[in-house]
Design a protein around this ligand. Structure first.
Ligand code: CUA
Length: 333
């Protein structure tokens, strides 16, 4: 019966929307180093289990009470050799486990080199309830929900939190690192191949913890450079009448929290995700595919999609204002 319940539960889990990327199939150097640690501890555990169970069953069989034999076996207490053996062997095993674990832990939390280097990218990650902010101090801009990185280069992350404890986790690139208010944690990661890797918040942080998703977009260095250049340029000005109207609606309703770089709409404070290039993002609010229907739903009633978000709903906007606002947002490159 228990087996049945577990099977049903496993089936339920397979119904989850998108499969998580896989820790056991790492796509970069940091992930591979961490997998090597997982493997090492699994090998040691398997070795210990095999030895212990082998001795256990040997003793069970070898010293089984024979029929008719009621003598009490020899009583032994304290065996120096044996006791030393089971103290020394675990110590050796723990040292074998500890040395590479500490080495990897410290090397993956290394500080970024001070000087600007071609093979290194620095990103400041700030977690908010319930979204992610990515700042590129060397290039002088910020983005949200999508972390762009070049393949084959070391990405040094400085992680901090704006409110409560969160945890940064991209299963196929690197293990979890907590973001703790008032403190900076560091981690290093890299991706071998271009691709989009799923990221999650891995520390319970409020009502929408389970929805605090982000993407890591790894691109060939040349494509990454193009993205950086594009991001540094002023945002495209609205072209159509609707887009111009939409920009007005934006400045009246959204500007106190959201910034769009390269326009006269830049705000200080960054209370909400920076929306520069929003039209090119893959997701709305890091959650749903970036299309008309989802954007409409998000703007009208964000609470229904991300409970506890600070974003208020804008269902009170007129139909015309709402559609021009969306046209403007979609036009942002
Ligand atoms: Cu942020 Cu969970």
């Amino acid at each position: 019966r228990i087996f049945f319940v577990f099977t049903m539960f496993a089936l339920l889990l397979t119904g989850c929307e998108e499969p998580m990327s896989n820790v056991l199939d790492p796509q970069g150097g940091a992930g591979k180093e961490q997998l090597a640690l997982i493997n090492l501890s699994v090998y040691i555990m398997v070795f210990v289990c095999v030895v212990v169970f082998a001795i256990y069953f040997y003793v069970l069989i070898r010293f089984k009470q024979k029929p008719g034999d009621n003598t009490i076996p020899e009583q032994v207490e304290g065996n120096m050799k044996l006791e030393l053996l089971w103290i020394v062997i675990p110590i050796i095993l723990l040292v074998i486990l500890a040395v590479p674990t500490l080495q990897t832990t410290f090397s993956l939390a290394e500080k970024a080199p001070k000087e600007q280097r071609d093979d290194v990218v620095k990103v400041k990650v700030t977690a908010h309830q319930f979204w992610w902010e990515f700042e590129y101090p060397e290039y002088g801009f910020k983005t949200a929900q999508e972390l762009h990185i070049p393949t084959g280069k070391k990405v040094f992350l400085e992680l901090q939190s704006d409110d409560v404890v969160h945890s940064f986790w991209v299963p196929s690139l690197a293990g979890k690192t907590d973001l703790v208010p008032g403190r900076i944690n560091r981690m290093k990661l890299d991706a071998d191949k271009p691709g989009t890797y799923k990221g999650r918040c891995a520390e319970l942080c409020g009502a929408s913890h389970a929805l605090m998703n982000f993407q890591v977009v790894a691109e060939k260095p040349s494509d990454f450079d193009k993205w950086v250049e594009k991001r540094k340029k002023p945002s495209s000005e609205p072209q159509t009448v609707a887009q111009k109207e939409g920009k007005k609606v934006f400045s009246q309703n959204c500007m106190s929290c959201h910034a769009i770089d390269g326009t006269n709409l830049k705000v200080k404070g960054d209370k909400a995700p920076n929306l520069t290039g929003f039209g090119e993002r893959k997701k709305v609010a890091g959650l749903m595919e970036n299309n008309e229907e989802n954007l409409d739903q998000w703007l009208k009633d964000p609470q229904s999609l991300k409970p506890g978000t600070y974003m208020p709903g804008f269902s009170h906007l007129s139909k015309k204002d709402m559609s021009s606002l969306q046209e403007y947002l979609r036009s942002l490159e």
